[in-house]
Design a protein around this ligand. Structure first.
Ligand code: TRP
Length: 470
């Protein structure tokens, strides 16, 4: 067996911090509110929560156990584990799928994180003092309309990511330990502010009262409503995205986990913290949406068009606003690092590159791909290459990349991971690695990864074919 070239986390806590740093990011604060708004609120949130519990938790346990047992980058870990179990080396396709998904995800992730960077300066300089809803929307529109500015911020964020990846992932324990609680406290403050806007009740009922009609129906170009599973697929995709699952990021981190740390407890801690942050972000944002006559379905700009309104009107808003966006950038930073880790680890192990070289090469490729997203908001805003399909009628390149990665690649990767852990590995191997004994917890996990999780993912994915009507 190949010897691991990795170090190890100093403790279980170090791993929890790093994995939480990976999980908590733009997915919670930017994406969760905006797609919840697009798919009509409560029912979407309910399906998302069910996916976190029934699909996310068992798959996260599987990824950590595969990573720890394989002790290498996902590509090599899957290869070793497949041989160990007497299975086809083709299972390393899980690792390759993850490497490709990582490039695609990081490419747009960095552009959006660039928006957050830009907003540090916009809030900090008092640009939003006394702002109106129109004013805030115009400021956002002006930013995304300017490809040069977007490229500048995207470049800065990618450079930040490359620097940390080059030094090795264990450097970020400190950032997560101190900055995550800071983000959490600021979110609580924002929720507190939202409580006093007068529309808190409406925001809460939008998020927590399930409206299944809104989840299962869309309107076509002719204005007719039709039934669709698109929202359910998006909720499942969001569960994968927000927990960093399905592409080997958590597997790569798991390869550094000390042997006797409990995988089950670790998973519940990470998934719990991640979910809490997303729910708080929603509770901070939707009351503001309704109080200011904005649209919950405003799209990818939602948080940038709502939070600054709050910062523009609260005492000390410039300070809190800048602090909030700084912490959001840190959260995105600790996530971005994990997105590219499978590719970097593979280059180091198999191509003999130094981490610095590997990080630079991966960053350069993801940066170039990121231009597709940059242009999706301005010069290629009307370029909708798949508009022949109703599902993608208005989808820009950015929308398509997001759909392809979150809603297809991550669920397919997750499905393969569950099948491998549930059916391909020897029972004793997974039992020893999870270290739960033979009790109900182990048997519950095994039933989930063998039957329920794959079935759920498959059913939702197969309905994609139904969604693809022209
Ligand atoms: N989970 C992170 C977020 O919510 C993003 C992320 C990090 C990710 N690593 C990933 C998404 C791996 C998919 C796969 O912002």
């Amino acid at each position: 067996m190949r010897k691991s070239v990795h170090g190890q986390w100093s403790s279980r806590w170090a791993f929890v911090l790093a994995a939480t740093g990976s999980a908590v990011g733009l997915g919670n604060i930017w994406k969760f509110p905006y797609i919840t708004g697009e798919y009509g609120g409560g029912a979407f949130v309910l399906v998302y929560l069910l996916c976190v519990i029934g699909i996310g938790v068992p798959i996260m346990m599987s990824e950590i156990l595969l990573g720890r047992r394989g002790r290498q980058s996902p590509v090599n870990a899957m290869y070793t584990l497949a041989l160990e179990a007497g299975r086809s080396p083709w299972w390393q396709i899980i690792g390759w799928l993850g490497v490709v998904a990582g490039f695609l995800i990081l490419s747009y992730y960095s552009v959006i994180a660039g928006w957050a960077l830009a907003y540090v300066f916009r809030t900090g300089s008092g640009m939003f003092g006394g702002a109106t809803a129109d004013g805030v929307q115009n400021i956002f529109a002006a930013l995304v309309a300017d490809p040069e500015r977007l490229i500048a911020w995207h470049t800065l964020f990618m450079a930040m990511t490359v620097v940390v990846v080059a030094r090795g992932v264990s450097g970020l324990e400190g950032a997560v330990r101190y900055l995550m609680p800071g983000l959490f406290i600021l979110l609580l403050l924002m929720v507190g502010y939202a409580m006093n806007t007068g529309e808190f009740g409406r925001g809460l009922s939008f998020m927590f009262r399930p409206d299944f009609h809104a989840l299962f129906h869309q309107v076509d170009a002719a204005g007719n409503e039709y039934f669709t599973w698109e929202g359910v697929l998006a909720a499942m995709g969001q569960a994968f995205f927000t927990l960093s699952l399905g592409m080997g990021a958590i597997m790569a981190y798991g390869s550094y986990l000390p042997a006797h740390a409990s995988i089950a407890r670790t998973t519940l801690t990470i998934a719990g913290a991640d979910t809490l942050v997303a729910i708080l972000a929603g509770m901070a944002i939707f009351p503001l949406v309704f109080a200011n006559g904005l649209q919950p379905a405003a799209g990818a700009g939602l948080i940038f068009q709502t939070l600054p309104l709050a910062f523009g009107h609260m005492p000390g808003g410039d300070f809190f606003g800048a602090a909030f966006f700084i912490l959001l950038v840190f959260a995105a930073w600790t996530s971005a690092i994990s997105i590219i880790e499978p590719a970097v680890a593979w280059l180091v192990e198999n191509r003999g590159l130094k981490r610095t070289q590997a990080a630079l090469a991966c960053g350069a490729l993801a940066w170039a791909l990121g231009l597709l997203t940059v242009f999706s908001f301005n010069i290629w805003k009307d370029f909708t290459p798949l508009s022949g399909l109703e599902l993608f009628r208005d989808s820009t390149l950015f929308d398509l990349l997001d759909f392809l990665t979150s809603n297809i690649m991550l669920p397919v990767g997750g499905l393969l991971i569950a099948l491998f852990a549930g059916w391909m590995m020897r029972r004793e191997a997974s039992r020893d690695e999870l270290d739960l004994g033979e009790g109900a917890a182990y048997r519950g996990w095994r039933i989930l990864v063998r039957y329920l999780t794959p079935a759920a993912v498959l059913i939702v994915l197969l309905n994609l074919l139904g969604i693809l009507k022209v």
